[in-house]
Design a protein around this ligand. Structure first.
Ligand SMILES: Nc1ncnc2c1ncn2[C@@H]1O[C@H](COP(=O)(O)OP(=O)(O)OP(=O)(O)O)[C@@H](O)[C@H]1O
Ligand SMILES: [Mg+2]
Length: 158
């Protein structure tokens, strides 16, 4: 587990950028935290690192899923908040996307824990008095390595 503190949304975006620089094809990133915690801000940083134009990146709260074209990889950005039942995930082809080619980011993944793959990066964002505490929790060897690289990147100040 790696813990970070982000004083404002720019810092959250920067941490997302470091995660994006480290993430590769097939990675699944689950984002948890209260309404307005900063899940979309973090996802934006990840997408920016992959070369997605800033204006393309929006919250998928109503669309449920956005697809972004990055330089080398596509990204899928889910927000499951408005889904009521796991079966609705089938309707949007969730299984075909997750862990397939491209990078998948899932806001409110914790609403459907049994639908997540065996291995993924869990990110928990909690609101502090000022700023946010952001905890990276790797599930699986690949994601443990990813977390080490993210920490090294953040510490190197890039
Ligand atoms: N350290 C911080 N990191 C991220 N956002 C912050 C931070 N401090 C304040 N904010 C504010 O919190 C809000 C985060 O909004 P964002 O849409 O990213 O949240 P979210 O977790 O995706 O919410 P939702 O559950 O509605 O999708 C923004 O208004 C942002 O300016
Ligand atoms: Mg959001």
């Amino acid at each position: 587990m790696k813990e970070f503190y982000c004083a404002n949304s720019e810092e959250t975006e920067k941490l997302g950028f470091a995660i994006g620089q480290t993430a590769s094809e097939g990675d699944v990133i689950c984002l948890s935290g209260d309404l307005g915690a900063g899940k979309t801000a973090l996802a934006k940083g990840i997408a920016l690192a992959k070369g997605v134009p800033e204006e393309d990146i929006t919250s998928p709260t109503f669309a449920i899923m956005n697809i972004y074209k990055g330089k080398d990889a596509d990204l899928r950005h889910f927000d499951l908040y408005r889904l009521n039942r796991a079966e609705e995930l089938d309707d949007i082809g969730f299984d075909e996307y997750v862990g397939g080619c491209g990078i998948t980011m899932i806001e409110w993944a914790d609403l459907f824990p049994e639908e997540m793959p065996e291995e993924y990066l869990q990110i928990n964002i909690s609101v502090e008095k000022t700023g946010r505490k952001i905890v990276l929790e790797p599930h699986g060897r690949h994601y443990e390595e990813l977390c080490e690289k993210v920490e090294a990147l953040v510490n190197s100040g890039n």
